[in-house]
Design a protein around this ligand. Structure first.
Ligand code: ZN
Length: 311
């Protein structure tokens, strides 16, 4: 799921089916939206008669013929298993549909942590409203975690734990290529949303550092086209967040106290339709600064939050 910028997301069109490398094909999830851009990329991985599928889209009827076309295009006859990056509905939503069509198969995923609620100090504007833990409960998961490997003929996928966008998020290194399936942590369009409640910007920044250490050649993102300069893209993402943080600290230093005022300062020239999403991003930064002991909050008479730098 990406930050909704219609100028970027609405303008990106991708083919339904593509062969991206000898080991990787993609079938587009047929679920385009403000938050998914051209839709979710679902990736066929391996060289054998049966392949692994990384993520499953939203479970829409229009997806199954596209997946069948992708299987034919890469020259395989079925699926050996499903590998999930995280439990957001545009990634896990197709699991039942795919099992109904192709038969039972293992679904590999890191469980959503049970202690993580969906509402929290930053909550309120998250477009993710379904109960992700409930969704994953249906899926009879094979539990995997950081460092675990899922293998198929011709491909080894090594899990890299990357929380922040979602607390259960795994990326996967395709070891034969030195390339990365980045899920929603690095995108081919827009920037990653840090949902109020279940997201954590501090964790997300640490996850970007972890991905940078993998030095991926190319990145296969869950949304948008393949990224050909993986390391440069991750560095760009880190620089973008650091610059935002610098702007927010500067706004607090000038005495701006509430999220709407900070949004109006930083997002000058952006359409107001984006301000709710921008507010979510600013809130994520403020919560990170608070956890680091650099910002503190107080409550105004009307119950809204006021923020200040810690002197
Ligand atoms: Zn997501």
């Amino acid at each position: 799921m990406a930050d909704p910028n219609p100028a970027i997301l609405g303008g990106t069109l991708l083919p339904n089916v593509l062969e991206l490398s000898p080991r990787v094909g993609v079938a587009l999830g047929q679920n385009p939206s403000m938050f998914t851009g051209p839709g979710t990329n679902t990736y066929l991985v391996g060289l054998g008669k049966k392949r692994l599928l990384v993520d499953t889209g939203s479970g829409l009827e229009a997806y199954m013929p596209v997946l069948e076309e992708a299987l034919a295009r890469v020259g395989c006859v079925g699926l050996e298993g499903i590998v999930l990056t995280h439990a957001h509905p545009d990634h896990i939503g197709g699991v039942d549909q795919i099992r109904a069509h192709f038969g039972e198969m293992p679904v590999y995923k890191r469980p959503w942590p049970s202690e993580t609620g969906l509402s929290g100090p930053g909550g309120g504007v998250s477009p993710i409203s379904v109960a992700e833990p409930d969704r994953q409960a249906h899926c009879r998961l094979e539990r995997i975690d950081h460092g675990d490997v899922v293998e198929t003929e011709g491909a080894r996928l090594r899990a890299v734990y990357t929380p922040g966008h979602a607390p259960d998020h795994l990326c996967y290194v395709l070891e034969e290529e030195g390339n990365l399936f980045s899920g929603d942590n690095v995108l081919g369009v827009g920037t990653t949303v840090i949902p109020g409640g279940s997201g954590d910007l501090g964790d997300y920044m640490a996850s970007l550092d972890r991905l940078l250490a993998e030095k991926p050649n190319q990145i296969y993102p869950a949304h948008g086209p393949r990224i050909d300069r993986g390391v440069a893209k991750i560095e760009e993402y880190i620089a973008h967040r650091r610059e935002r943080e610098r702007q927010i600290v500067a706004a607090l230093a000038e005495g701006l106290q509430d999220v709407p005022a900070i949004v109006r300062r930083i997002y000058v020239g952006y359409p107001e339709s984006l301000f709710a999403a921008a507010g979510q991003s600013v809130t994520a930064h403020l919560l990170k600064l608070e956890r680091e002991g650099r910002a503190r909050r107080s409550e105004a008479a009307d119950g809204s939050l006021l923020w200040a730098l810690v002197a």
